[in-house]
Design a protein around this ligand. Structure first.
Ligand SMILES: [Zn+2]
Ligand SMILES: [Zn+2]
Length: 283
């Protein structure tokens, strides 16, 4: 029998969240792919909505908003390639699930083909997410196509498409707020079949900083005038604001107790290591 959120009183849910954080594994968050906040992943992750693909889509939307110049498909793909190289270190994560319909050859990705709850919401609600559907569509179509051309398991393919299975029956949201230099505590969203959304807010903040620093290179092929240096700070604050709004919109939509229709409990946590390298959890 599957657990449902209502089976857990909130103090029990909190101690289950604590247990997950206790076994957090510290890793370099620049070199590790950012996976989705989706609660179905059963190994330690750094979670951001949509994973690397979610951050990339928000990055392009921010550029368009700041410059007033919508990018065409070719330009969007050029940014994807730069992102894979400069930000994702040739290890770019996106995912679907076993409920989504496989994308047929030579077709544009539609909501049916998307197994990521966040990216599906972004594609469905361009106004709410302040992201043209052409951006999300072009990125996903290209990612699916490339993942199909070279199997994700092959080292030569920098794009890792993961297909998540089972159902959404998350019982809570954990937000990990801190980082320590280039390290952060990676968490298992799915522990023995019991699921929680995991969002690494502190990691997202640092990656956004890195994206902003690299913005002149990411958008090189698209700028008629050079992306001005002084705009890097503005890019960082605009992308931060947009990605926060998008994250909140997705959490509001997806992190719901399906029985009561109430929002799931959200735990903001910071995890530090003591001298013995044991994790200290602070709610
Ligand atoms: Zn993974
Ligand atoms: Zn997802």
């Amino acid at each position: 029998m599957e657990n449902s959120p209502s089976d857990y009183p909130s103090d029990e849910t909190k101690s289950l969240a604590r247990e997950r954080c206790q076994s957090a594994k510290w890793q370099n968050f620049y070199l590790t792919p950012k996976e989705c906040i989706d609660g179905r992943t059963d190994h330690e992750i750094f979670g951001v909505p949509g994973g690397d693909a979610g951050l990339l889509v928000a990055t392009i939307a921010t550029y368009e908003k700041m410059t007033g110049r919508p990018l065409d498909k070719k330009q969007i793909i050029a940014v994807l390639d730069k992102y894979i190289d400069l930000i994702a270190h040739n290890n770019f994560y996106f995912h679907t699930d076993n409920h989504a319909h496989e994308l047929p050859d030579n077709q544009e990705a539609q909501t049916d083909n998307i197994g990521c709850g966040h990216l599906k919401e972004v594609l469905k609600n361009p106004e709410k997410y302040q992201t043209r559907k052409e951006i999300t569509g072009a990125i996903l179509t290209e990612l699916y196509t490339r993942a199909k051309q070279t199997p994700s398991q092959k080292k030569s393919n920098p794009i890792k498409l993961t297909t998540l299975t089972s159902n959404h029956d998350e019982i809570a949201v954990i937000i990990i707020e801190n980082t320590d230099n280039d390290q952060a505590p990676a968490i298992k969203p799915n522990l023995n079949g019991q699921k929680m959304f995991v969002y690494h807010a502190g990691v997202a903040k640092e990656i956004i900083k890195k994206i902003a620093d690299n913005a002149p290179d990411l958008f090189k092929a698209n700028s008629t005038t050079k992306f001005e240096y002084k705009k890097i700070d503005e890019f960082e604050s605009q992308l931060t604001e947009l990605f926060n709004q998008q994250t909140m919109a997705t959490v509001e939509e997806l992190a719901i107790n399906k029985n009561t229709q109430q929002p799931l409990p959200i735990y903001k946590v910071s995890i530090t290591r003591d001298k013995q390298n044991n994790n200290q959890i602070n709610f």
